[in-house]
Design a protein around this ligand. Structure first.
Ligand code: FRU
Length: 470
């Protein structure tokens, strides 16, 4: 028998997308080469994978509320990261153990199936703090054989299965296969308000045994969201999005941060975390997830920041947020560098005069000090030791962010209608932000750099609800 809740939610999503989609799509603040929700709210990228010829990009999707409500898994797929299809949502909150949101998670793909591990969020009615009581964070598995629909959902772990010193906040499974076994990590908040990572192992993808716990010697935030553990060029890294890390000078300027620790030793046994480095120094970058694409490891993040003191005015126009461009990760010692996938260069349309630039890709070899002024709304300035991004108009509460960097040799700026992604020194540092200039506003001025500037075209998006082969 069909799940009635899912059936009705599905129909509602279709109606909302049909009713609001055209108005949202014609908003001049919509972008050219970023994935956005068809209507409503988007947050974390989920279940990123390549399965056969398709890349699958799922995301936390709240079609019912532009300020974030009950979460579904929205779904895009693409063969080349340039031409996309928008499919029906993959996961709905339709079980007693995921009723108040199918929260973030990841994908494991094998020849015959796609295994989607996620957190089923449940909020009980009553007078609870929802930290130590009143909330269920259930680790669940949804199996798909066609990459479009889910065949079966299984509850794997509930709060009572996690260590007893943890709060109810235990979520965001990231799964991978290694040495003939499966591994799953979860981010958690202890009752002492410390962020910690749980490492589970399984032989069959269904029965999971706690293998290890990893944290820092000194407290580093109260909760580690969206963990990811991966090996890059022979070195292991623990990536996560910690909440509750206090600002220290130019570091941790946002309400929550995200970044990585180098991991020394074996994550299954004795190991130690090195120094944390932020993955982004802009206003809007959070909950990134990586996945393997053949030999390369790609990363996509959410160009947003939960609980931020600044806003996105599009919420009043029926939609909010987007994903970052996909990036390739590379290792330099104990650092992770990040640059846009080379595929994006195919969107370059041709050189554009600086005064006409609006949606563009800029590459610059920089002098010791200099500045870029973008669309009369954003200024990027650098000198020894610091690169600053200042939003002079259209920031909606965003002012200045700083990247500490010894010297700036090169810049790459991907400027879409309402976002900037600024890659410094070949991906050593990145600043990502949303901003909302007057849609008509054009023009870039460059001082202290030799720059090349291309106008950028758009990714394509075709609606294909049923995911029929095309
Ligand atoms: C991070 C996060 C995750 C959670 C999801 C809910 O932004 O809070 O920890 O699974 O968003 O949408």
């Amino acid at each position: 028998m069909a799940n009635m809740l899912k059936r009705d939610l599905e129909a509602l999503v279709r109606r909302i997308e049909a009713a609001d989609g055209a108005r949202v799509a014609s908003d001049p603040w919509r972008q050219h080469f970023h994935l956005e929700p068809p209507a409503g709210w988007l947050n974390d990228p989920n279940g990123l994978c390549r399965w056969g010829e398709w890349y699958h990009i799922f995301y936390q999707y709240s079609p019912f509320d532009t300020r974030g409500g009950i979460k579904l898994w929205g779904h895009y797929r693409s063969r080349d990261l340039l031409h996309f299809e928008r499919l029906q949502p993959m996961l709905y909150p339709d079980q007693p153990w995921d009723l108040h949101g199918v929260y973030s998670g990841s994908a494991l793909v094998e020849d015959d199936a796609m295994y989607l591990y996620y957190t089923g969020n449940v909020k009980h009615e009553g007078d609870f703090d929802y930290i130590t009581a009143g909330r269920g964070h259930n680790t669940a598995l949804a199996v798909s054989r066609d990459g479009v629909t889910v065949e079966r959902k299984t509850l794997l772990l509930e709060n009572r299965d996690y260590p007893s010193d943890l709060t109810c906040h235990v979520r965001d499974p990231k799964v991978w296969a290694q040495d003939g076994r499966y591994y799953l990590v979860l981010g958690a908040r202890t009752r002492e308000d410390r962020g910690v990572l749980l490492v589970y192992e399984s032989a069959d993808k269904y029965r999971w045994k706690l293998q290890n716990r990893i944290t820092t010697p000194e407290k580093f935030g109260y909760m580690w969201e969206c963990p990811d553990l991966y090996c890059l060029d022979g070195r292991w890294f623990l990536q996560c999005s910690p909440q509750g890390v206090a600002r220290q000078g130019d570091k941790y300027q946002n309400v929550y941060t995200c970044g990585y620790f180098p991991l020394h030793g074996d994550f299954r046994g004795a190991c130690r975390l090195g120094e944390f480095t932020e993955l982004d120094s802009g206003f809007d970058f959070y909950a990134p997830q990586t996945f393997l694409d053949g030999q390369r490891r790609l990363l996509i993040g959410w160009l947003g920041m939960p609980d931020a003191p600044y806003e996105n005015p599009t919420a009043a126009r029926g939609w909010q947020h987007c994903l970052s461009v996909p990036c390739v990760l590379e290792r330099a010692g104990e650092k992770v560098y990040r640059l846009p996938v080379p595929e994006l260069k195919t969107l370059r349309r041709g050189a554009v005069a600086p005064q006409d630039a609006q949606v563009f890709d800029l590459e610059a070899e920089t002098e010791l000090r200099g500045r870029l002024a973008i669309r009369d709304s954003a200024v990027v300035a650098w000198e020894q030791g610091r690169l600053t991004l200042t939003l002079t108009q259209g920031g909606y509460g965003r002012d200045t962010r700083v990247l500490e960097v010894e010297q700036v040799h090169s810049l790459r700026v991907l400027a879409d209608t309402t976002s900037l992604e600024i890659f410094v020194n070949g991906g050593e540092g990145v600043l990502s932000t949303r901003y909302y200039p007057n849609p008509e506003q054009r023009g870039v001025t460059v001082e202290g750099a030799a720059a090349s500037l291309w106008e950028m075209g758009a990714i394509t998006m075709t609606e294909n609800w049923e995911g029929t082969a095309k």
